[in-house]
Design a protein around this ligand. Structure first.
Ligand code: TTP
Ligand code: MG
Length: 408
Protein backbone atom coordinates (compact mmCIF):
# COMPACT_ATOMS: atom_id res chain seq x y z
CA UNK A 1 0.00 0.00 0.00
CA UNK A 2 1.48 3.35 -1.02
CA UNK A 3 0.61 5.93 1.56
CA UNK A 4 1.17 9.66 1.74
CA UNK A 5 0.86 10.76 5.34
CA UNK A 6 1.30 14.10 7.05
CA UNK A 7 2.04 14.34 10.75
CA UNK A 8 1.52 17.78 12.24
CA UNK A 9 2.54 18.78 15.75
CA UNK A 10 2.27 22.25 17.27
CA UNK A 11 5.43 23.77 18.74
CA UNK A 12 5.48 24.05 22.55
CA UNK A 13 1.72 24.14 22.27
CA UNK A 14 0.37 25.39 25.63
CA UNK A 15 3.29 27.76 26.05
CA UNK A 16 2.99 29.18 22.52
CA UNK A 17 -0.70 29.88 23.06
CA UNK A 18 0.00 31.80 26.27
CA UNK A 19 2.78 33.79 24.60
CA UNK A 20 0.50 34.61 21.67
CA UNK A 21 -2.13 35.92 24.08
CA UNK A 22 0.34 37.89 26.20
CA UNK A 23 3.22 39.15 24.04
CA UNK A 24 5.07 40.38 27.13
CA UNK A 25 5.97 36.71 27.65
CA UNK A 26 7.83 36.58 24.34
CA UNK A 27 11.41 35.35 24.65
CA UNK A 28 11.00 34.44 28.31
CA UNK A 29 11.34 31.01 29.88
CA UNK A 30 7.71 30.02 30.39
CA UNK A 31 6.69 26.86 32.21
CA UNK A 32 3.10 25.65 32.01
CA UNK A 33 1.98 23.12 34.61
CA UNK A 34 1.94 23.19 38.38
CA UNK A 35 3.29 26.19 40.26
CA UNK A 36 6.62 25.71 42.08
CA UNK A 37 4.93 25.82 45.49
CA UNK A 38 2.55 23.04 44.50
CA UNK A 39 3.09 19.37 43.89
CA UNK A 40 3.00 18.23 40.31
CA UNK A 41 4.76 18.31 36.99
CA UNK A 42 5.61 20.42 33.96
CA UNK A 43 3.05 20.09 31.15
CA UNK A 44 5.22 21.97 28.71
CA UNK A 45 7.88 24.65 28.56
CA UNK A 46 8.73 27.35 26.03
CA UNK A 47 11.89 26.75 24.02
CA UNK A 48 13.68 29.38 26.17
CA UNK A 49 12.85 27.34 29.29
CA UNK A 50 13.98 24.13 27.59
CA UNK A 51 17.47 25.62 27.35
CA UNK A 52 17.63 25.26 31.15
CA UNK A 53 16.82 21.58 30.84
CA UNK A 54 13.14 21.93 31.73
CA UNK A 55 10.85 19.46 29.92
CA UNK A 56 7.36 17.92 29.92
CA UNK A 57 6.69 15.52 32.75
CA UNK A 58 9.50 16.87 34.95
CA UNK A 59 8.74 17.37 38.63
CA UNK A 60 7.93 21.05 39.07
CA UNK A 61 10.38 21.39 42.00
CA UNK A 62 13.17 20.14 39.76
CA UNK A 63 12.12 22.61 37.07
CA UNK A 64 12.24 25.43 39.60
CA UNK A 65 15.72 24.38 40.70
CA UNK A 66 16.91 24.49 37.08
CA UNK A 67 15.04 27.64 36.15
CA UNK A 68 14.19 29.78 39.19
CA UNK A 69 13.79 32.85 37.00
CA UNK A 70 11.09 31.24 34.86
CA UNK A 71 7.46 32.30 34.66
CA UNK A 72 5.16 29.56 35.95
CA UNK A 73 1.52 29.27 34.92
CA UNK A 74 -1.35 26.82 35.20
CA UNK A 75 -2.68 25.43 31.91
CA UNK A 76 -5.98 26.75 30.59
CA UNK A 77 -7.41 23.57 29.12
CA UNK A 78 -10.64 25.14 27.87
CA UNK A 79 -8.65 27.56 25.77
CA UNK A 80 -6.38 24.87 24.30
CA UNK A 81 -9.36 22.71 23.53
CA UNK A 82 -11.05 25.51 21.60
CA UNK A 83 -7.87 26.12 19.61
CA UNK A 84 -7.60 22.41 18.96
CA UNK A 85 -11.05 22.60 17.36
CA UNK A 86 -9.84 25.36 15.04
CA UNK A 87 -6.73 23.36 14.18
CA UNK A 88 -8.82 20.32 13.33
CA UNK A 89 -10.86 22.45 10.95
CA UNK A 90 -7.75 23.48 9.06
CA UNK A 91 -6.32 19.95 9.04
CA UNK A 92 -9.62 18.39 8.03
CA UNK A 93 -9.83 20.42 4.88
CA UNK A 94 -6.75 18.65 3.50
CA UNK A 95 -7.27 15.05 4.58
CA UNK A 96 -9.46 12.12 3.63
CA UNK A 97 -8.86 10.72 7.10
CA UNK A 98 -7.66 12.56 10.17
CA UNK A 99 -6.44 10.84 13.30
CA UNK A 100 -6.09 13.17 16.25
CA UNK A 101 -3.45 12.02 18.72
CA UNK A 102 -3.62 14.93 21.14
CA UNK A 103 -5.00 18.45 21.13
CA UNK A 104 -2.02 19.63 19.15
CA UNK A 105 -1.08 16.63 17.05
CA UNK A 106 -2.62 14.58 14.23
CA UNK A 107 -1.98 12.25 11.33
CA UNK A 108 -3.53 13.17 7.98
CA UNK A 109 -4.07 10.78 5.13
CA UNK A 110 -3.48 13.10 2.16
CA UNK A 111 -2.93 10.55 -0.58
CA UNK A 112 -6.04 11.61 -2.51
CA UNK A 113 -5.57 15.37 -2.25
CA UNK A 114 -1.80 15.33 -2.65
CA UNK A 115 -1.37 12.50 -5.17
CA UNK A 116 2.38 12.41 -4.51
CA UNK A 117 5.03 13.73 -2.15
CA UNK A 118 5.39 17.03 -4.01
CA UNK A 119 1.68 17.59 -3.56
CA UNK A 120 1.98 16.69 0.11
CA UNK A 121 4.75 19.24 0.55
CA UNK A 122 2.49 21.96 -0.89
CA UNK A 123 -0.28 20.96 1.50
CA UNK A 124 2.14 20.90 4.43
CA UNK A 125 3.32 24.46 3.74
CA UNK A 126 -0.26 25.57 3.22
CA UNK A 127 -1.16 24.19 6.66
CA UNK A 128 1.82 25.95 8.20
CA UNK A 129 0.89 29.25 6.55
CA UNK A 130 -2.78 29.08 7.56
CA UNK A 131 -1.98 28.04 11.14
CA UNK A 132 0.26 31.07 11.49
CA UNK A 133 -2.06 33.53 9.75
CA UNK A 134 -5.34 32.36 11.23
CA UNK A 135 -4.23 31.26 14.68
CA UNK A 136 -0.88 33.00 15.23
CA UNK A 137 0.86 29.72 16.04
CA UNK A 138 3.67 27.70 14.50
CA UNK A 139 3.75 23.98 13.91
CA UNK A 140 6.12 21.36 12.59
CA UNK A 141 5.05 19.10 9.78
CA UNK A 142 6.39 15.80 8.53
CA UNK A 143 5.52 14.11 5.26
CA UNK A 144 6.23 10.42 4.78
CA UNK A 145 5.22 7.01 3.51
CA UNK A 146 4.17 5.76 6.98
CA UNK A 147 2.86 7.01 10.30
CA UNK A 148 6.08 6.32 12.19
CA UNK A 149 8.16 8.01 9.50
CA UNK A 150 5.80 11.00 9.39
CA UNK A 151 6.08 11.46 13.14
CA UNK A 152 9.85 11.17 12.94
CA UNK A 153 9.84 13.75 10.15
CA UNK A 154 7.77 16.29 12.08
CA UNK A 155 10.21 16.07 15.02
CA UNK A 156 13.23 16.45 12.78
CA UNK A 157 13.30 20.23 12.29
CA UNK A 158 11.29 21.45 15.26
CA UNK A 159 10.26 24.24 15.82
CA UNK A 160 8.50 25.62 12.73
CA UNK A 161 9.95 22.71 10.80
CA UNK A 162 9.29 20.77 7.65
CA UNK A 163 10.84 17.44 6.66
CA UNK A 164 10.14 14.56 4.30
CA UNK A 165 10.90 10.86 4.49
CA UNK A 166 9.85 9.28 1.23
CA UNK A 167 11.03 5.69 1.54
CA UNK A 168 11.83 3.06 4.18
CA UNK A 169 15.49 3.33 3.09
CA UNK A 170 15.50 7.06 3.88
CA UNK A 171 13.92 6.29 7.25
CA UNK A 172 16.53 3.64 8.08
CA UNK A 173 19.41 5.88 7.03
CA UNK A 174 18.09 8.60 9.31
CA UNK A 175 17.50 6.58 12.47
CA UNK A 176 19.88 3.63 12.22
CA UNK A 177 22.38 4.99 14.75
CA UNK A 178 19.83 6.56 17.02
CA UNK A 179 18.59 5.29 20.36
CA UNK A 180 15.93 2.56 20.27
CA UNK A 181 13.50 5.07 21.72
CA UNK A 182 13.45 6.95 18.44
CA UNK A 183 11.06 4.23 17.28
CA UNK A 184 8.01 5.71 18.92
CA UNK A 185 6.44 2.57 20.26
CA UNK A 186 9.50 1.88 22.38
CA UNK A 187 8.72 3.34 25.79
CA UNK A 188 11.03 3.86 28.75
CA UNK A 189 10.46 0.41 30.25
CA UNK A 190 10.99 -1.45 27.00
CA UNK A 191 14.10 0.61 26.30
CA UNK A 192 15.58 -0.28 29.70
CA UNK A 193 15.01 -3.93 28.97
CA UNK A 194 16.69 -3.67 25.56
CA UNK A 195 19.63 -1.70 26.99
CA UNK A 196 20.21 -4.41 29.59
CA UNK A 197 20.77 -6.83 26.72
CA UNK A 198 23.17 -4.48 24.97
CA UNK A 199 20.62 -3.26 22.45
CA UNK A 200 20.95 0.50 22.31
CA UNK A 201 20.40 1.62 18.75
CA UNK A 202 18.10 0.81 15.87
CA UNK A 203 21.04 -0.94 14.25
CA UNK A 204 21.32 -3.19 17.33
CA UNK A 205 17.67 -4.15 16.85
CA UNK A 206 18.39 -5.14 13.27
CA UNK A 207 21.51 -7.06 14.27
CA UNK A 208 19.85 -8.86 17.17
CA UNK A 209 16.34 -9.20 15.90
CA UNK A 210 15.89 -12.77 17.11
CA UNK A 211 16.84 -11.69 20.60
CA UNK A 212 14.44 -8.73 20.46
CA UNK A 213 11.62 -11.02 19.40
CA UNK A 214 12.32 -13.63 22.06
CA UNK A 215 12.60 -10.89 24.71
CA UNK A 216 9.46 -9.00 23.76
CA UNK A 217 7.29 -11.42 21.81
CA UNK A 218 4.65 -9.78 19.67
CA UNK A 219 5.87 -6.29 20.55
CA UNK A 220 9.39 -7.40 19.61
CA UNK A 221 8.22 -8.44 16.16
CA UNK A 222 6.57 -5.07 15.68
CA UNK A 223 9.66 -3.16 16.83
CA UNK A 224 11.84 -5.21 14.50
CA UNK A 225 9.61 -4.27 11.58
CA UNK A 226 9.84 -0.61 12.52
CA UNK A 227 13.63 -0.91 12.63
CA UNK A 228 13.41 -1.81 8.94
CA UNK A 229 11.06 1.09 8.24
CA UNK A 230 8.03 -1.15 7.80
CA UNK A 231 4.77 0.30 9.10
CA UNK A 232 1.58 -0.25 7.08
CA UNK A 233 -0.86 1.15 9.61
CA UNK A 234 -3.50 3.32 8.03
CA UNK A 235 -4.59 6.69 9.36
CA UNK A 236 -7.68 5.80 11.37
CA UNK A 237 -10.10 8.55 12.31
CA UNK A 238 -10.46 8.72 16.06
CA UNK A 239 -13.87 8.07 17.51
CA UNK A 240 -14.47 8.54 21.23
CA UNK A 241 -15.99 5.06 21.45
CA UNK A 242 -12.61 3.67 20.44
CA UNK A 243 -11.17 5.00 23.66
CA UNK A 244 -10.08 2.11 25.80
CA UNK A 245 -10.98 3.73 29.07
CA UNK A 246 -12.18 6.87 30.77
CA UNK A 247 -10.57 7.90 34.02
CA UNK A 248 -9.92 10.82 36.30
CA UNK A 249 -7.34 11.26 39.02
CA UNK A 250 -6.08 13.77 41.56
CA UNK A 251 -2.69 14.33 43.12
CA UNK A 252 -2.73 15.60 46.69
CA UNK A 253 -0.50 18.44 47.82
CA UNK A 254 0.38 16.30 50.86
CA UNK A 255 0.19 12.54 51.18
CA UNK A 256 -3.09 11.23 52.53
CA UNK A 257 -3.17 8.56 55.25
CA UNK A 258 -6.91 8.09 55.68
CA UNK A 259 -8.67 5.63 53.40
CA UNK A 260 -11.97 6.99 54.64
CA UNK A 261 -11.00 10.31 53.11
CA UNK A 262 -9.89 8.61 49.88
CA UNK A 263 -13.36 7.10 49.59
CA UNK A 264 -14.88 10.55 49.77
CA UNK A 265 -12.58 11.63 46.95
CA UNK A 266 -13.69 8.58 44.95
CA UNK A 267 -17.26 9.91 45.08
CA UNK A 268 -16.17 13.01 43.17
CA UNK A 269 -13.95 11.09 40.76
CA UNK A 270 -16.85 8.74 40.00
CA UNK A 271 -19.06 11.71 39.19
CA UNK A 272 -16.44 13.09 36.81
CA UNK A 273 -16.02 9.74 35.04
CA UNK A 274 -19.79 9.34 34.70
CA UNK A 275 -20.04 12.82 33.23
CA UNK A 276 -17.40 12.17 30.59
CA UNK A 277 -18.91 8.79 29.68
CA UNK A 278 -22.33 10.42 29.37
CA UNK A 279 -21.02 12.96 26.92
CA UNK A 280 -20.14 10.19 24.50
CA UNK A 281 -23.04 7.90 25.35
CA UNK A 282 -20.67 5.27 26.70
CA UNK A 283 -20.62 2.95 29.64
CA UNK A 284 -17.89 0.72 31.03
CA UNK A 285 -17.88 -2.96 31.75
CA UNK A 286 -15.19 -2.76 34.37
CA UNK A 287 -13.88 -0.34 36.99
CA UNK A 288 -10.28 0.56 37.77
CA UNK A 289 -8.67 2.12 40.78
CA UNK A 290 -5.26 3.71 40.60
CA UNK A 291 -3.09 4.57 43.59
CA UNK A 292 0.33 6.15 43.72
CA UNK A 293 1.92 5.94 47.14
CA UNK A 294 4.14 8.58 48.72
CA UNK A 295 7.25 6.68 47.61
CA UNK A 296 5.97 6.91 43.97
CA UNK A 297 5.15 3.22 43.85
CA UNK A 298 2.02 2.89 41.77
CA UNK A 299 -0.66 0.23 41.58
CA UNK A 300 -3.81 -0.28 39.51
CA UNK A 301 -6.62 -2.62 40.48
CA UNK A 302 -9.59 -3.50 38.36
CA UNK A 303 -12.70 -5.64 38.44
CA UNK A 304 -15.42 -6.51 36.00
CA UNK A 305 -18.61 -4.52 36.45
CA UNK A 306 -21.06 -5.03 33.57
CA UNK A 307 -23.05 -2.00 32.37
CA UNK A 308 -21.27 0.38 34.62
CA UNK A 309 -22.85 3.67 33.66
CA UNK A 310 -23.62 5.49 36.88
CA UNK A 311 -21.38 7.32 39.32
CA UNK A 312 -22.85 5.24 42.13
CA UNK A 313 -21.77 1.97 40.51
CA UNK A 314 -18.35 3.35 39.67
CA UNK A 315 -17.94 4.57 43.23
CA UNK A 316 -19.09 1.32 44.83
CA UNK A 317 -16.69 -0.76 42.76
CA UNK A 318 -13.77 1.60 43.22
CA UNK A 319 -14.36 1.78 46.98
CA UNK A 320 -14.37 -2.01 47.20
CA UNK A 321 -11.13 -2.15 45.24
CA UNK A 322 -9.66 0.37 47.66
CA UNK A 323 -10.54 -1.88 50.59
CA UNK A 324 -8.28 -4.51 49.07
CA UNK A 325 -5.10 -2.46 48.62
CA UNK A 326 -2.14 -2.00 50.90
CA UNK A 327 -2.38 0.88 53.39
CA UNK A 328 0.17 3.65 53.32
CA UNK A 329 0.62 7.32 52.54
CA UNK A 330 -1.13 8.06 49.24
CA UNK A 331 -0.02 10.72 46.80
CA UNK A 332 -2.51 10.15 43.98
CA UNK A 333 -5.85 8.44 43.59
CA UNK A 334 -7.70 7.77 40.36
CA UNK A 335 -10.82 5.93 39.24
CA UNK A 336 -12.07 4.93 35.85
CA UNK A 337 -14.06 2.60 33.66
CA UNK A 338 -12.74 0.38 30.87
CA UNK A 339 -14.04 -2.01 28.27
CA UNK A 340 -16.35 0.67 26.95
CA UNK A 341 -19.45 0.17 24.86
CA UNK A 342 -22.01 2.53 23.41
CA UNK A 343 -25.63 3.09 24.36
CA UNK A 344 -26.90 0.96 21.51
CA UNK A 345 -25.24 -2.07 23.13
CA UNK A 346 -26.99 -1.42 26.35
CA UNK A 347 -29.38 -4.13 27.36
CA UNK A 348 -31.31 -4.31 30.55
CA UNK A 349 -30.19 -7.15 32.74
CA UNK A 350 -32.17 -8.82 35.46
CA UNK A 351 -29.84 -7.09 37.87
CA UNK A 352 -30.79 -3.69 36.48
CA UNK A 353 -34.45 -4.46 36.78
CA UNK A 354 -34.09 -5.53 40.37
CA UNK A 355 -31.75 -2.84 41.55
CA UNK A 356 -33.16 -0.10 39.33
CA UNK A 357 -31.31 3.07 38.42
CA UNK A 358 -33.41 5.00 40.89
CA UNK A 359 -31.64 3.23 43.70
CA UNK A 360 -28.32 4.26 42.32
CA UNK A 361 -29.40 7.84 41.98
CA UNK A 362 -30.57 7.77 45.54
CA UNK A 363 -27.36 6.34 46.85
CA UNK A 364 -25.41 9.04 44.99
CA UNK A 365 -27.59 11.72 46.51
CA UNK A 366 -26.90 10.23 49.93
CA UNK A 367 -23.17 10.11 49.30
CA UNK A 368 -23.10 13.72 48.19
CA UNK A 369 -25.19 14.72 51.16
CA UNK A 370 -22.62 13.07 53.41
CA UNK A 371 -19.80 14.98 51.73
CA UNK A 372 -21.65 18.28 52.06
CA UNK A 373 -22.20 17.76 55.78
CA UNK A 374 -18.78 16.40 56.54
CA UNK A 375 -16.82 19.09 54.70
CA UNK A 376 -19.33 21.94 54.85
CA UNK A 377 -19.40 22.03 51.08
CA UNK A 378 -22.21 23.56 49.14
CA UNK A 379 -22.68 21.58 45.95
CA UNK A 380 -26.17 22.88 45.29
CA UNK A 381 -26.37 24.26 41.79
CA UNK A 382 -22.64 24.18 41.07
CA UNK A 383 -21.87 20.48 41.09
CA UNK A 384 -21.33 20.69 37.35
CA UNK A 385 -18.19 22.77 37.91
CA UNK A 386 -16.53 19.81 39.62
CA UNK A 387 -15.95 18.29 36.18
CA UNK A 388 -13.30 20.89 35.50
CA UNK A 389 -9.89 19.61 36.57
CA UNK A 390 -8.89 22.75 38.46
CA UNK A 391 -12.17 22.95 40.41
CA UNK A 392 -11.95 19.25 41.26
CA UNK A 393 -8.40 19.73 42.45
CA UNK A 394 -9.24 22.76 44.58
CA UNK A 395 -12.29 21.08 46.09
CA UNK A 396 -10.29 18.00 47.01
CA UNK A 397 -7.54 20.11 48.59
CA UNK A 398 -10.15 22.02 50.56
CA UNK A 399 -11.63 18.72 51.73
CA UNK A 400 -8.23 17.36 52.65
CA UNK A 401 -7.37 20.32 54.87
CA UNK A 402 -10.78 20.14 56.48
CA UNK A 403 -10.41 16.42 57.10
CA UNK A 404 -6.92 16.85 58.59
CA UNK A 405 -8.09 19.57 60.97
CA UNK A 406 -11.05 17.59 62.18
CA UNK A 407 -9.10 14.43 62.75
CA UNK A 408 -6.45 16.13 64.87
P1 TTP B 1 3.90 17.87 22.84
O1 TTP B 1 3.55 18.01 21.40
O2 TTP B 1 4.59 16.62 23.29
O3 TTP B 1 4.81 19.06 23.31
P2 TTP B 1 4.79 20.59 22.89
O4 TTP B 1 3.79 20.86 21.81
O5 TTP B 1 4.61 21.41 24.14
O6 TTP B 1 6.26 20.84 22.39
P3 TTP B 1 6.95 20.36 21.05
O7 TTP B 1 7.30 21.62 20.32
O8 TTP B 1 8.15 19.59 21.47
O9 TTP B 1 5.94 19.52 20.31
O10 TTP B 1 2.60 18.01 23.73
C1 TTP B 1 1.55 18.90 23.41
C2 TTP B 1 0.96 19.50 24.66
O11 TTP B 1 0.49 18.47 25.50
C3 TTP B 1 1.95 20.30 25.46
O12 TTP B 1 2.02 21.65 25.08
C4 TTP B 1 1.47 20.12 26.86
C5 TTP B 1 0.75 18.80 26.87
N1 TTP B 1 1.57 17.78 27.54
C6 TTP B 1 1.35 17.51 28.89
O13 TTP B 1 0.47 18.10 29.50
N2 TTP B 1 2.14 16.58 29.51
C7 TTP B 1 3.13 15.89 28.87
O14 TTP B 1 3.83 15.06 29.48
C8 TTP B 1 3.34 16.17 27.47
C9 TTP B 1 4.44 15.45 26.71
C10 TTP B 1 2.55 17.12 26.86
MG1 MG C 1 3.67 19.64 20.15
Amino acid sequence: MDQVIIHVDMDAFYASVEIRDDPSLTGKPLIIGSLPKERGVVATASYEARKYGVHSGMNIKEAYRLCPGGIYMHPDMDKYKAISGQLHEIWNSYATALEGVAYDEAYLDVKEQAVDFDGARRIAYEIKRRTLEELGLTCSVGVAYSKTAAKTASEEKKPDGYFEIRTPEDFINLVIDRDVRSLYTVGAMTAEKLYSYGIHTVRDIQDKKDMVISLLGKQGRWITQLAYGIDDRAVTPYRPEDAKSISREVTFQEDVMSFEFLKDVLVLLALCVEHRADRYGLHGNGVTLKITYGDMKGITRSRLAPHCDSAAKIYQNAAQLLDGVERGPVRLVGAGIYNLSGEEDRQMTIEDLISGDIDHNNSMTDLLQRLQTRYHLDFAGNLDKIYKADVLHRTVEYMRKHFDQNSK
